[in-house]
Write a protein that binds this ligand. Sequence first.
Ligand code: SAM
Length: 199
Amino acid sequence: MIKSVSDDQQYIIKSIMELCNIERFDVDATFGNGSFWKNLPCPSYCFDINPQKEQVLTYSSDALPFDNEIIKSFMFDPPFLTYIKEAREHNSIMAKRYGGYWSYKDLEDHYKKTIKEAHRVLVKGGILVIKCQDIVHNHSLHSTHINIFNWSQGLFRLKDMFVLTAKNRIPIPQKGGEAKKTQKHARIYHSYFMVLQRI
Ligand SMILES: C[S@@+](CC[C@H](N)C(=O)[O-])C[C@H]1O[C@@H](n2cnc3c(N)ncnc32)[C@H](O)[C@@H]1O
C-alpha cells in the first residue's frame, strides 16, 4: 500500500512513478545534483539554469527546447527560499546549495511561467510533479502548495499530493535565549510533492 507521507523522497518519487505508470521521467527541469535519481532511472532530458553535472543542459525551466505537447512526464523542483536578510545570513548553506529568489513575487513569477511551459510541452493527461515548501517570508506565511494549486487552475488537475517530512533541519542560530520569546510561526518541517495532471 502506497502511503502519502514519508521521510524518504526516493520512496515518494518511486511511488509517484508507480501510480502514474512512469518508467522513466521524460524531463527534470531543475536537475541540481541529481539526488532524486540516485536509485531511479535518470530522466531522458535534464536541464538546470546552473548545471552541476555534465549531462545537464543549460536551460531555464520556463523556456525549454521542445515542440508543443510531446512530453509525458515533467519534474520541477525549484528553489523555495526567498532572501530576507536573516535567511541570507543564517541559511547560507541552503541558499548556496539550492538557489533562491530575491522576493516572493520573483518566486511566483518563475513558478507560474514554468507551470505554463509544462502545460505547453506536456501531452494531454501528462504528469507534472512539483516539489515545494511553504515559507515564512517577511513575517507572513506563504502557503506555496496552495498557491501552486491556484496558479495551475485551468491547466492541470491535482491528482495526488505527498508530504515529505524532514529528518532534521539546518539549525538557525539564535541570539542568547531569545528564540522562544521571538518565535511567531512554527518552524516548517515538511515539504510537498504535488502530482498534477495536464488537462
Ligand atoms: C532545489 S534545487 C533542485 C535539487 C534537485 N532536485 C536534486 O535532486 O539535486 C533547485 C535547482 O533549480 C535550479 N534553478 C533555479 N532557477 C532555475 C530556472 N529558472 N530554470 C532551471 N533551473 C533553475 C537551481 O540551479 C537548482 O539546481
